[in-house]
Design a protein around this ligand. Structure first.
Ligand SMILES: Cc1cc2nc3c(=O)[nH]c(=O)nc-3n(C[C@H](O)[C@H](O)[C@H](O)COP(=O)(O)OP(=O)(O)OC[C@H]3O[C@@H](n4cnc5c(N)ncnc54)[C@H](O)[C@@H]3O)c2cc1C
Length: 389
């Protein structure tokens, strides 16, 4: 993405500035620019180089089993507004390629969370019942139904939770497509510009950046891992966690895996990309080197592959060609942070933890509505910033 040097020299005062060029920031830029707003986006590196460009491309629409298992039913109930948010965002994904005029390789064949034990099946049944209370399409499959739908799954699996709304997209394409469409609608995108500090000065916000001062009337923070630091400018202490995890890609094989596959016994997400490669992840941790930098963890790779082969035995001979690391960002309750910063009119935060690719398009749309002073079609109270402050 080109650094718009001429634009930097000629204009630094904007109505609205977004900080962060991942899926959330570029989606917000697109919806704001499309609605006729003057918008600039500042990204410290290049677009889509952090979580949004390093994730596994799963489009999630069910409660994740590990969190459900560890935190239980009360937590799961508190997560329902976030689940509804993701499910509604998946609807946007369904028509996003057409809207952005780019093939984002979106497939929505559904997701299977497979179980190996009776105890896992019982928990999946509870989870499905809860999801159904939201009106989200989810069903429990027994072993026969599972094998009919997905013959490639191991015969040892007793059944699965099936979410027909889930699928996958290509994360390398989505944020750049949002940014390109935003530019077509007049948005200015500044890459290589780090926002160091933000100060409210009367009705405007003054941003001190690595490229001089920018000003705006409204500021939208979609800086994800960078939110904890930028939040301090607003007196906020945001408990955002950083977890480096690994994803692996295989050589290209014949079409085999039609669904997004998870395993309720151990960490796994598994799918086949449009190219034919298998994408295998699920949150296995990278390790830190002596300088504290996350690097490849061979033990995690071995464990990840062991689980993948357990669930889909026929992939045992398939070769992995690359493993990469991305830093996933979370919140303690796994709910997003969305809304206006208390006491700072015109300053907004948008961050969706762990599954922010899935939620990104709707997050962008909601942020645009907030900035435009429009009615948002859902209660944002569960996502309120002040729950942490
Ligand atoms: C390995 C991995 C796998 C994942 N798998 C999935 C998945 O399959 N499905 C799914 O839905 N989600 C997945 N996620 C989560 C998802 O990738 C993130 O939730 C989502 O990308 C967050 O998007 P974002 O735009 O908020 O943040 P980011 O993509 O992190 O973008 C924030 C941007 O802000 C910039 N920034 C920060 N501070 C500043 C500053 N001071 N000045 C200027 N710019 C700044 C950063 O450089 C960055 O580009 C995964 C994450 C990881 C790491």
């Amino acid at each position: 993405m080109l650094l718009e040097k001429s634009a930097i020299k000629t204009k630094r005062d904007f109505e609205n500035i977004i900080v962060g060029g991942g899926i959330a920031g570029t989606a917000a830029a697109y919806f704001l620019a499309k609605s006729g707003c003057e918008i600039a986006l500042c990204e410290q590196f290049d677009l889509n180089t952090q979580a949004s460009g390093r994730n596994a491309g799963s489009l999630h629409g069910q409660i994740q089993f590990e969190a459900f298992h560890q935190m239980g039913m009360e937590w799961a109930k508190s997560f329902l507004p976030a689940l509804k948010f993701m499910a509604d965002s998946l609807d946007i994904w369904g028509s996003l390629s057409a809207e952005l005029e780019t093939d984002l390789e979106v497939f929505r064949n559904g997701g299977l969370m497979v179980a190996e034990t009776k105890q896992e099946m019982d928990l999946l049944a509870e989870k499905v019942r809860l999801e159904q209370t939201l009106g989200i399409a989810a069903e429990l499959l027994d072993g026969n139904q599972l094998r009919e739908k997905a013959p490639y799954i191991s015969e040892k699996m007793l059944g699965a939770a099936f979410s027909p709304i889930e699928g996958k997209a290509n994360p390398l394409l989505a944020a750049p497509a949002f940014a390109a469409a935003a530019k077509k609608h007049g948005a200015k995108i500044f890459t290589g510009v780090t926002v160091h500090s933000i100060v409210k000065d009367g009705d405007i916000y003054r941003l001190t950046t690595s490229d001089g001062e920018f000003t705006c009337k409204k500021i939208i923070l979609t800086s994800n891992a960078g939110l904890a630091t930028l939040g301090k400018n607003f007196g906020l202490t945001l408990p955002i966690t950083d977890e480096p995890v690994q994803v692996s890609v295989s050589e290209i094989i014949e079409p085999l895996v039609k669904h997004l596959v998870y395993f309720s016994g151990e960490k796994l997400t598994f799918k086949q990309a449009k190219s034919g490669s298998l994408l295998i992840g699920g949150g296995w941790p990278a390790r830190f080197n002596s300088e504290g930098i996350p690097v490849f963890n061979p033990d995690s790779l071995r464990s990840n592959m062991r689980v993948a082969v357990k669930v889909v035995p026929s992939i045992a001979p398939v070769r992995i060609i690359r493993t990469w690391i991305g830093v996933g960002n979370g919140t303690p309750d796994q709910r997003p942070i969305i809304g206006e910063v208390p006491g700072y009119k015109g300053a907004y935060i948008g961050m969706f933890p762990y599954m922010g690719l899935s939620a990104g398009p709707l997050l962008g749309k909601v942020l645009a509505a907030l900035v435009n002073g429009e009615q948002v079609d859902r209660d944002l109270q569960p996502f309120d910033i002040s729950r942490f402050n």
